[in-house]
Design a protein around this ligand. Structure first.
Ligand code: P6P
Length: 319
């Protein structure tokens, strides 16, 4: 296992060496993602200051319209991933249709991402994040995005919090890197992340309790009797990051308002399910494993239950 403090680029190259047939495309694709993440992180840091300086939502000193951070983050992702030439197609939470970059027409990969999830939390300085999911290009066209999650080549997130962390997996476990702003490098800080077999917290928006199915209501009542603590930030990346480290269960279930739940399959549920399973946990829609769901539309939603094995297995007995 790589030593704490190993920088991300070296880690990616050392990972690549484990695959003799690797061409290096995925490694370079990941470094393009890393660059976009660093730039987004710098803008997220400035968000509060921009507001104080009266830039947010108005024109800045150059007379340019300052964009909403999620729109800007999307542009940064699209620009850097397109310019890399490694991605045949990009799908974004911010874009109705995929982008097929001219430079990526020979690219081997496609990527779906939420450029800045939880962006409504920016003005209250709550952690937000970027989530990404990488598949191989198959036949070309938008259909390439409708591959099951267990065929992902890589998935991960960047969480912009007290520190900026990049957490990802290429199918050989999960590793977390913390950005050292003094040198501008992501350094390995959480090697070989594993979910505890069971946790002590449950994480979901209890205001939707009346609209949940009966089995879920009984399960959450049971957790309270068992002495579990509730922890819910309302920013998926932050709630999943805590679950990945501390264990327990994160849920965004369907309810009478959101028949299919709220979270998107391609660029929220599927990448997070890939990470959680790679870290020894489980991820289900309540009816089937999230990684086995066959997508039918770019922005389709699914109910999400993910976390420690014990909590998920117990939940399924209640549903
Ligand atoms: P609610 C943020 O808006 C988000 O998309 C996810 O990051 C988060 O898990 C969820 O919505 C929170 O939704 O309905 O609890 O505010």
């Amino acid at each position: 296992m790589a030593a704490i403090g190993t920088d991300l680029n070296r880690f990616i190259l050392e990972e690549e060496r484990r695959y003799p047939n690797a061409t290096g495309s995925l490694s370079l694709a990941l470094t393009a993602l890393e660059t976009a993440a660093k730039i987004i992180a710098s803008h997220v840091r400035m968000a509060g200051l921009a507001d104080i300086l009266g830039m947010a939502g108005r024109t800045n000193i150059q007379g340019e319209e300052v964009q909403k951070l999620d729109v800007l983050s999307n542009e940064i992702m699209v620009q850097h991933l397109s310019d890399s030439g490694y991605f045949y197609a990009l799908a974004s939470e911010e874009l109705e249709e995929p982008v097929f970059p001219e430079k990526g027409k020979d690219g081997k990969y496609i990527i779906a991402f939420d450029p800045l999830d939880g962006s409504s939390n920016i003005d209250v300085n709550v952690n937000i994040g970027t989530i990404f999911s990488i598949h191989r290009k198959t036949h070309g066209g938008v259909e390439d995005f409708f591959q099951q999650g267990d065929r992902q080549v890589a998935a991960g997130y960047i969480v912009y919090g007290s520190s900026t962390m990049l957490v990802y997996s290429t199918g050989a476990g999960v590793n977390g890197f913390t950005l050292d702003p003094s040198v501008g490098l992501f350094l390995l800080s959480h090697p070989g992340m594993r979910l505890p077999e069971r946790g002590k917290t449950y994480s979901l928006n209890e205001s939707n309790y009346p609209g949940w199915e009966e089995g879920l209501r009984r399960y959450v009542d049971h957790l309270k009797e068992e002495g579990y603590t509730s922890r819910y930030i309302g920013s998926m990346v932050a709630d999943v990051h805590r679950t990945l480290i501390k264990g327990g269960i994160f849920c965004y279930p369907s309810d009478h308002k959101n028949r299919e739940g709220k979270l998107r399959l391609l660029y929220e549920a599927s990448p997070m399910a890939f990470l959680v399973e790679q870290a020894g946990g489980m991820a289900t829609t309540g009816k089937e494993e999230i990684l086995k769901v066959r997508p039918k539309a770019l922005h389709q939603r699914v109910p999400v239950f993910l976390g420690s094995r014990r909590e998920i297995e117990e939940l399924l007995r209640f549903l």
